[in-house]
Design a protein around this ligand. Structure first.
Ligand SMILES: Cc1cc2nc3c(=O)[nH]c(=O)nc-3n(C[C@H](O)[C@H](O)[C@H](O)COP(=O)(O)OP(=O)(O)OC[C@H]3O[C@@H](n4cnc5c(N)ncnc54)[C@H](O)[C@@H]3O)c2cc1C
Length: 328
């Protein structure tokens, strides 16, 4: 009998929050002989059209689950609806993109359907026919390898940690689309509003150039250097690592990485960023990466196209001065 994989996407106002094709590719590679059936679940307020579009692009069966309280992500309500849906197909794997809402959902489902659960999966290898998953611990300082003895296994997978080449070529397959209306269910948890925490003129997704600050900037006053560097370029935005946002030096809407934004600008300038996998998951697909770091062994240099080994407080003022000199 073919094995089953269930993929769960997330939507905000009927738009997907994270790419789904890479997730599908990840799931497909868990079953090396590709003898599996799959179901993609798309929760949302009015997502039948979106489900149809994804199904035609990926060729897999799709179930749109509609509820007025799915206008914004609602792991609480989804955790109530999904156990019945999942138990009908007895899947081997349930895969979703890694984010805080999906960690909530994964844990809820694991308890309700008695499944194993591994969050923050970055990669896996097949050993003796079974996948062994790798996840980071302690801010990326340790890696843990975990295998599960039972199925189903719920996985939250880090976006950007996997190669696009894993996407299976099933575009010509014929996926069915079902729509399930669940408005009679009350959630008791109503997400009210999602609002932008980032200035309209600093949209990371639309910027050609992103100048990004890491803890190497040392203190908030040095953010001015990052702003001045960004002003050298047209259509530039500023961003930062999570720790910089945790310090309140930038709003969380500017955070790049696994739990922040995934960006692909023409140029990404990483200033004082060490290059942990949680950060690079959000920027490694940039066209050109320039890293400025005083530590020649910083991991960011392994993905940088150009590296500057220097104190950013020395290098950036020289860069800005050279630019001003040429402009005048
Ligand atoms: C579940 C989870 C999710 C996470 N999600 C994210 C995420 O989305 N985005 C994210 O960024 N992080 C995320 N993190 C945190 C991540 O693991 C790292 O802690 C963080 O990215 C490190 O930020 P950093 O590079 O700014 O700081 P550090 O790792 O402290 O690096 C600072 C770097 O600056 C260099 N430096 C110091 N002084 C100077 C100077 N004067 N000039 C030049 N270079 C200098 C140092 O050599 C060092 O390489 C997450 C962690 C977890 C556990």
């Amino acid at each position: 009998m073919n094995r089953q994989i269930i993929f769960i996407t997330e939507t905000i106002q009927n738009q997907m929050t994270q790419p789904v094709k890479e997730l599908i590719g990840f799931g497909a590679s868990l079953i090396p002989d590709h003898e599996y059936q799959s179901l993609l679940i798309v929760p949302g307020q009015d997502v039948a059209e979106l489900a149809k579009q994804i199904s035609s692009e990926t060729g897999i069966h799709t179930l749109a689950i509609e509820h007025e309280d799915f206008k914004f992500p609602n792991p609480h309500l989804l955790g109530k609806i999904l156990p019945t849906v999942i138990q009908k197909s007895m899947p081997s794997y349930i895969c979703m993109n890694h984010n805080v809402r999906n960690c909530h959902l994964a844990a809820t489902l694991a308890i309700r359907i008695n499944a194993a659960c591994i969050t923050g999966v970055e990669s896996f290898e097949i050993q003796n026919g079974y996948p062994v998953f790798t996840r980071m611990m302690f801010n990326g300082k340790l890696a843990a390898k975990t295998a599960c003895k039972t199925e189903p296994i719920i996985l939250t997978v880090i976006p950007g940690a996997l190669s696009d080449s894993l996407i299976p070529n099933r575009k010509n397959g014929k996926g069915t689309i079902h729509v399930m209306k669940t408005d009679d269910l009350r959630s008791g948890y109503h997400p009210q509003k999602v609002y932008e925490t980032i200035a309209k003129d600093n949209r990371l997704e639309e910027a050609d150039v992103i100048v990004s600050a890491g803890m190497g900037i040392e203190k908030e006053e040095n953010m001015e250097l990052i702003r001045k560097t960004a002003s050298i370029f047209t259509n530039a935005a500023i961003a930062g690592s999570r720790i910089v946002c945790d310090h309140g030096w930038l709003p969380y809407g500017c955070q790049v990485g696994e739990t922040g934004k995934q960006v692909t600008p023409k140029l990404y300038v990483a200033c004082g960023i060490s290059g942990t996998i949680q950060h690079t998951a959000g920027m490694k697909k940039s066209n050109c990466i320039v890293a400025i770091n005083k530590d020649p062994n910083a991991p960011i240099f392994s993905i940088a196209d150009y590296g500057v080994v220097e104190d950013l407080k020395t290098f950036l003022p020289i860069l800005i001065a050279k630019h001003d000199e040429q402009k005048n």
